[in-house]
Design a binder for this molecule. Structure first.
Ligand code: ARG
Length: 358
């Protein structure tokens, strides 16, 4: 417990350490204490965590609500007097959300939207056995054998599982990583490694990609599934529609996802609950990042618009050439899918006008 107090003092951003309550912990029985320590292991071993916890089972969010709920409220900006509730809405028919309306120059932006999903019938990735990871991949391959013939979402599955009949070699894997289609070796991420999510790498991991290469499904990363649409352009509504159509198609082929009325889609990381949606785009902000040298000012400005800023190379990366950054709405819980896209659109408009002011 002294360790948590030390983290709280040194790293005020670590929400696990901030909200950890010793009296609550001591009130739990032995098995529950053990479970809770596993959930917060990542935040203990990585004091610089922003969240500092990963669920192992979908019931964890209810079972350990006295700790997790305040962390979730803080991250997703839901005040205590407001009920946590997730509603879904994917229709963007009323608004255009085309970046070209902000600036015709924004018609070739790299846009991406992903959702995390987990099957209700299996433990979350942090708690899966190797056998379960393989069983899950096999179930997905079954579904992909149907999806691959779909006129809109037809494609191919590539497995990282050694000896799989769908396996790709290392060079082909690296090319997919370079193309920003495939996830990196998870053991390089200390947060998910500490949580046990990278265990048994690369067994049960892989990716489905549509022939058009604008619809992808990651298997066995931080969540059982990460389903995404990506394209260059400015039409955020079309991007969202592409993801939604693909998701509906996939849902018909596999067992039910873990979902709750309060927390929406259940994800490993509390930052992703609700819609489990991260909608992002790459924007060049040389002024707000001092030529790409410092993400700080852009982060500060963007947070006022409810946006997070990452380097263009993904989570924990620095700004790319010329101040290229990745921006996305921070909250995923308590907002609809539509509202997230609208936030991205409006936040981009605000940032863009500040970048180009004067
Ligand atoms: N566990 C890390 C932290 O608490 C990452 C949180 C968000 N990122 C993620 N990939 N879930 O800072």
């Amino acid at each position: 417990m002294a360790q948590i107090r030390a983290i709280r003092a040194a790293q005020p951003g670590n929400l696990m350490a901030r909200y950890f309550d010793e009296d609550y912990f001591n009130s739990l029985d032995e098995p529950k204490r053990g479970r809770l320590l596993e959930i917060i292991r990542s935040g203990l071993e990585n004091p610089d965590s922003q969240m500092g916890a990963y669920a192992h089972n979908d019931s964890d969010y209810e079972d350990f609500a006295p700790l997790l709920e305040p962390m979730i409220r803080e991250y997703h900006n839901i005040p205590r007097e407001q009920e946590i509730e997730q509603k879904h809405d994917w229709s963007l028919t009323a608004s255009r959300c085309n970046l070209e309306d902000i600036d015709p120059g924004l018609n070739g932006v790299s846009m991406r939207v992903r959702v995390g999903r987990n099957l209700a019938a299996l433990p979350l990735p942090a708690a899966m056995t190797k056998a379960q990871r393989l069983e899950f991949e096999a179930l997905m391959i079954e579904a992909f054998m149907t999806l691959q013939d779909d006129p809109q979402f037809g494609g191919q599955y590539f497995s990282l599982t050694p000896g799989s009949s769908h396996a790709i070699d290392d060079a082909a894997y690296q090319r997919r990583v370079q193309a920003h289609q495939m996830f990196k070796d998870m053991r390089g991420d200390p947060y998910i490694t500490a949580a046990g999510i990278a265990a048994d790498w690369p067994f049960g991991r892989g990716m489905y990609v549509s022939n058009s290469e604008d619809f992808l499904i990651w298997v066995g990363e931080e969540d059982h599934l990460r389903i995404m649409a990506m394209r260059e352009g400015g039409d955020l509504a079309a991007l969202l529609a592409r993801l939604h159509d693909g998701l509906e198609q996939l849902k018909g082929l596999i067992p039910a996802f873990a979902h709750s009325r309060r927390y929406g889609n259940i994800t490993s990381c509390p930052t992703n609950l609700g819609t489990a949606m991260r909608a992002s785009l790459h924007l060049s902000l040389p002024r707000l990042t001092e030529g790409g040298k410092d993400l700080g000012p852009a982060r500060k400005t963007a947070s006022g618009f409810g946006l997070s800023v990452r380097g263009a190379g993904g989570e924990h990366s620095d700004a790319g050439h010329g101040g290229l950054v990745d921006i996305s709405p921070r909250a995923r819980l308590g907002k609809t899918e539509t509202a997230i896209i609208q936030r991205l659109y409006e936040g981009t408009a605000a940032l863009w006008s500040l970048e180009n002011a004067g």
